[in-house]
Design a protein around this ligand. Structure first.
Ligand code: F6R
Length: 364
């Protein structure tokens, strides 16, 4: 039931504070501020390499997780989309952990990759939202997201729940491997537990985003830029926009823009920049200057500090709460989801059932 919402997608975007809290409940213990996995019967300390495989939005969650596994646990991560992974003869050494991320748990390419990894001696973990799914059954380690049924074809709440699970798993592995102190673990838990309130603060900007959607709706192409862990979010933003509003969009690493896509920039191509303030912000500001100098129109998504520094002269700005970098990918998912949603509403497309798409892709 949609309740007071116009579309399932909109309802699911607004459910995120609740379902992320629900999901975190099974991965963090508030009492002693520790991370704990719901089920674990093998030695995480022995893992030398991680392979992450997924499709679409779930793949972007995996890209964010790569940053976390590498920075926290110092374990090298190889990541690929399932349809490529299967056909490239990946090198899978003994003792590897393969993580499959899937809302449905049924995506054909991801499932085939899971079976391939199983046959090749990998321990199989599955981050899935449907606990009765094939991937959930075939995994050695089931890591459920508790997003509840996702009806809108465009994935929203499953994505932020996947991020919550993966952050906890990365921290847990870091603790087990002795790469994260008890104090650092407690700090990670505290920041994760701040996520639901920060998601709510991001959702408070729904009206601002709805008001600026008509500026984006006429565009034929839109570019999304992000750096570091916000780079996958730029790609996720572009995917959301193209799938429900049918506007061509690309997500790019901010620093890569000058290696090609800058040739596209003119006043007709809005550039959405995802850039929380922090050590990478200055670099992104220079990328923004490269865009403005060519007449490009920027929508800056940042916190108050970032907007104060670089918001002047933008076509529009979207203010996010100031959050710890760990939870920034969860929080910045909200404005890109809402922007895609409101642009689609302005264009009058079928938000919950976009053309040519199916909720569960069971063909290869
Ligand atoms: C995008 C979207 C798709 C799915 C992809 C994988 O909004 O929904 O890109 O993320 O088809 O699906 P799952 O996660 O079910 O394996």
């Amino acid at each position: 039931e949609k309740g007071n919402y116009r579309h399932f997608m909109q309802k699911e975007i607004f459910e995120q504070p609740t379902v992320v809290a629900q999901t975190l409940n099974s991965y963090v213990r508030q009492a002693d501020e520790s991370v704990a996995l719901p089920q674990i019967d093998f030695d995480l300390t022995a893992i030398k390499r991680i392979t992450i495989v997924a499709c679409g939005t779930s793949f972007y969650a995996g890209m964010v997780a790569k940053y976390w596994f590498e920075t926290f646990a110092r374990v090298p991560v190889d990541i690929d989309v399932a349809s490529e992974f299967r056909y490239r003869e990946p090198v899978l050494e003994d003792g590897g952990l393969a993580i499959f991320i899937s809302q449905s748990g049924e995506t054909a390419d991801t499932l085939a990759a899971l079976r391939h990894c199983k046959e090749n001696g990998q321990t199989i973990a599955a981050v899935v939202n449907v606990p009765t799914s094939t991937m959930a059954r075939e995994a050695d380690l089931l890591l459920p997201t508790h997003a509840g049924p996702e009806i809108g074809v465009a994935s929203t709440k499953a994505f932020t729940c996947q991020l919550a699970v993966l952050a906890a798993v990365a921290a847990h592995m870091a603790v087990k491997k002795g790469k994260m102190s008890r104090e650092e673990e407690q700090e990670v838990v505290r920041h994760l537990l701040e996520a639901p309130a920060c998601l709510n603060a991001a959702l408070d900007h729904d009206d601002d985003i709805a008001a600026m959607a008509p500026l984006i709706a006429p565009a034929r192409d839109v570019l999304y830029l992000g750096r570091g862990q916000d780079y996958p979010l730029a790609m996720e933003g572009a995917l959301k926009l193209k799938e429900i509003s049918y506007i061509h969009a690309e997500g790019y690493a901010s620093g890569e823009m000058k290696h090609g896509p800058i040739a596209l920039i003119d006043e007709a191509v809005p550039v959405i920049v995802l850039a929380p303030s922090g050590p990478l912000f200055e670099k992104t500001v220079s990328n923004m200057q490269e865009v403005s100098a060519r007449g490009g129109k920027i929508v800056l998504i940042s916190d108050a500090e970032g907007l104060a520094e670089a918001g002047d002269g933008c076509l529009a700005t979207i203010e996010m709460p100031k959050v710890h970098p760990l939870i920034a990918p969860l929080v910045y998912a909200v404005p890109v989801q809402l922007l895609a949603y409101h642009v689609a509403v302005v264009k009058g497309t079928d938000v919950d059932q976009p053309r040519n798409l199916a909720k569960s892709v069971t063909v290869e």
